[in-house]
Structures are given as structure tokens and as C-alpha cells.
Design a protein around this ligand. Structure first.
Ligand code: NAP
Ligand code: ZN
Ligand code: ZN
Length: 346
């Protein structure tokens, strides 16, 4: 079993620390990836801090992974040594239920196997991308188009697909008025992708601090939600709102910004319940929905779409030793707009 360097959480409160990590031997259908870069998603922080429930420690997180294939199993056909590849939030699923057959492995009836903190096929707990290498079944490995800057592309594997999937599912395109709530890692990808799909894009951010960036990334309008006038001015305005906020929000206030038949899609995942006033839905036949990442084929489609439209996240490249400070900055909404770890520094 190959042993690699990693950064692991050892408790919900202690800082992440360097630790050796054992990867499984490369099986007939596996690919060994030498990780080049790994993004920091807010879900990594929710997970290690136990926000979503207790986990087993030590735990290595990270599900925005890119690297090079260094070894392939005897029966691998999809990838070759040297290929530029990526791994997102899933590393396996049952592959035989209706959801898997339709390419929606994230909604697998048996539960997908997450890239970290999930029970793997061999019963072990999966360990994520804050490490030098990972072994993954070839079906869950994506091709990274050559034109996309390798040092910036990793966040597409979670932040990118998490916004691409609902934007496509709810048919966002020319003529659609879309609002993105929260311009962090997920939100800023939503702005870029919705703009590329031809929608009219509005950012709803806590303040106007990120306004210049939002407009540069493709937003047509930018509003501060700290200003109560925003909610009067935009009442009934949107067809689709995507909420990417990591903390609880007054959902009813945002539902009131939807037009008749509009949909508010929650992708943000705070542990607290979100309260909804029934009349905010009833009066205008509005919907309140959720969405989780995207399927494997859809993730490949998103990568190819981003290559075609020259879409990359805005990133800050960091060394592994900066991870704990980066976490504090994410929690303070002080990231523009995704931290990416240089895996050569583990
Ligand atoms: P992030 O980079 O921290 O961005 C969250 C943004 O929300 C912040 O930049 C901030 O934007 C806004 N925000 C933060 N606290 C707020 C508060 N108290 N009130 C109002 N706005 C607040 O996080 P992320 O990585 O984009 O992840 C966002 C959420 O999505 C997390 O809960 C994560 O677990 C979840 N997630 C879900 C999926 C899925 O499949 N559904 C996938 C990945 C992540 P402004 O500064 O613009 O206000
Ligand atoms: Zn994520
Ligand atoms: Zn399945």
C-alpha cells in the first residue's frame, strides 16, 4: 500500500496537521493519481468541524482534486499514464440503480461513496484530496481539458458542478432572470456559468464589497442584502434564485423575490433547519428546491463547457501549511474566491 503525505483533521476543534496516509493498492479498475492541486470547499470545514454530525478522526478532506495519472490497473480503458485528470465529490456508487443508470450517481439509491468521510466498498473510510496521491475507480475520474489552467481548475470539480447542474436542470438561459445569493466559492462560479448560459445575472451579497468583482465575472446587477431596500426593489423579480450561503438565511425574504412559478434552489448546506412561510410559496406558485453536486457525465460536460467558454474560478494558491488560516478566512467570507492548495507542499 502506498503511503503519502497529507493534512488531516484529528478532532472537530484542533487545527489540521501533517500526517502520513495509506492509499489502497491499485486494483484492476483503479487509477493512481498524483495530486497537483486541491481546492478548499466550505463543505470540508463543515465536515471536519462536525457541523453535519460526528465523523471518525483522523480525517483527510478535499474533493476538488486535479493531478496526473501515474499508474493504471490492468483493466483500465478510460485513462492513461500521464493524463491530466480530476476527481470531485464522489468516488463510487452502486452503478445499477435507476439514478446511477441515468447518470445521477449523486442521488444513488444506495448512497454515493463520497470522496471523504464516506464508507468505501472495502468498509474503510474514504480520505480526500489534501494529500499527495489518491486511488480512484476509473469511472469516477474526469478528463481535464488541456486549455484550462491546471493551477486554477480544481474548484470546478465541486463548486463548478454544484452550480452548473441546477442551472441546467432549471433551464437557465437567454431570457432567464437569475439571482445568486452569496458570492463565495460556489456563488462566483454560478455568476460565471449563468452569464455564459446567456441569463441576466444578479448577485445578492451581504455588502457591496465584492461588487466590482461580481460585475467583472459577468453579473448584470449587484445588490447588498444588508440594505432592506434591496428586498423592496427586487420583489417578484427572478425566475430562479440559487442560494449558496453556508449559514441559515431568512428564506421567506428571498422567496418573495421570485416571480410567479419561480424556483429558489438551495445548494448551501447549513446544519440548521431553514424556515419557510407557506404563503410565500402559495401566493405565486413558487417552488423551494435543493440540488447536490452533479453526475459524473454531467461533471465532464461542465468541464468541457468551461473549457469552451474559458471559465475558471478566481483562486488564491496556498501552501499546505496555510490551510488552517485559509479555513478562518473562508469562515469570515474573506476569500476571493477559492483557496487552492499546491499539493507539492504537503
Ligand atoms: P464560501 O466560499 O464560504 O461562500 C459562502 C458565501 O456565503 C460567502 O462568501 C458569503 O458571500 C455568504 N455568507 C457567508 N455567511 C453568511 C451569512 N451569515 N449570511 C449571509 N451570507 C453569508 O462557501 P462555499 O464553498 O461556496 O459553500 C457554500 C455552501 O454550500 C456551504 O454550506 C457548503 O457546504 C455548501 N455546498 C453544497 C454543495 C451541494 O452539492 N449542494 C456542494 C458544495 C458546497 P457574500 O460575501 O457574497 O455575502
Ligand atoms: Zn464541495
Ligand atoms: Zn446507484
Amino acid at each position: 500500500m502506498p503511503t503519502v503525505k497529507s493534512y488531516a483533521a484529528t478532532s472537530p476543534t484542533d487545527p489540521l496537521v501533517p500526517q502520513p496516509l495509506e492509499r489502497r493498492d491499485v486494483g484492476p479498475h483503479d487509477v493512481l493519481i498524483e495530486i497537483a492541486y486541491a481546492g478548499i470547499c466550505h463543505s470540508d470545514i463543515h465536515t471536519v468541524r462536525g457541523d453535519w454530525g460526528p465523523i471518525a478522526y483522523p480525517q483527510v478532506v478535499g474533493h476538488e482534486i486535479v493531478g496526473h495519472v501515474r499508474e493504471v490497473g490492468a483493466q483500465v480503458t478510460k485513462h492513461q499514464v500521464g493524463d491530466r485528470v480530476g476527481v470531485g465529490c464522489m468516488v463510487n456508487s452502486c452503478r445499477s440503480c435507476d439514478q446511477c443508470e441515468e447518470g445521477r450517481e449523486q442521488y444513488c439509491r444506495e448512497g454515493n461513496v463520497g470522496t471523504y468521510a464516506s464508507v468505501d466498498v472495502d468498509g474503510s473510510i474514504t480520505q480526500g484530496g489534501y494529500s499527495q496521491a489518491v486511488v480512484v475507480n476509473e469511472e469516477f475520474v474526469l478528463r481535464v481539458p488541456e486549455s484550462l489552467d491546471f493551477a486554477r481548475v480544481a474548484p470546478l470539480l465541486c463548486a463548478g458542478i454544484t452550480l452548473y447542474s441546477p442551472l441546467r436542470h432549471w433551464n437557465v438561459g437567454p431570457g432567464t432572470k437569475v439571482a445568486i445569493v452569496g458570492m463565495g466559492g460556489l456563488g462566483h462560479m454560478g455568476v460565471r456559468i449563468a452569464h455564459a448560459l446567456g441569463a441576466e445575472v444578479t448577485v445578492l451579497s451581504q455588502s457591496l464589497r465584492k461588487q466590482e468583482d461580481g460585475l467583472r465575472l459577468g453579473a448584470d446587477h449587484f445588490y447588498a442584502t444588508s440594505d432592506p431596500a434591496t428586498f423592496d426593489e427586487l420583489a417578484g423579480r427572478f425566475d430562479v434564485i440559487i442560494n449558496s450561503v453556508s449559514a441559515p438565511l431568512d428564506i421567506t425574504a428571498y422567496l418573495n423575490l421570485l416571480d410567479v412559478d419561480g424556483t429558489l434552489i438551495n445548494v448551501g448546506a447549513p446544519p440548521e433547519p431553514l424556515e419557510v412561510a407557506a404563503f410565500a410559496l402559495i401566493g405565486k406558485r413558487r417552488s423551494f428546491a435543493g440540488s447536490m453536486i452533479g453526475g459524473i457525465a454531467e461533471t465532464q460536460e461542465m468541464l468541457d463547457f468551461c473549457a469552451e467558454h474559458d471559465i475558471l474560478p478566481e483562486t488564491e494558491l496556498i501552501q499546505a501549511s496555510y490551510i488552517n488560516e485559509a479555513y478562518e478566512r473562508v469562515l469570515a467570507s474573506d476569500v476571493r474566491y477559492r483557496f487552492v492548495i499546491d499539493a507539492s507542499t504537503f
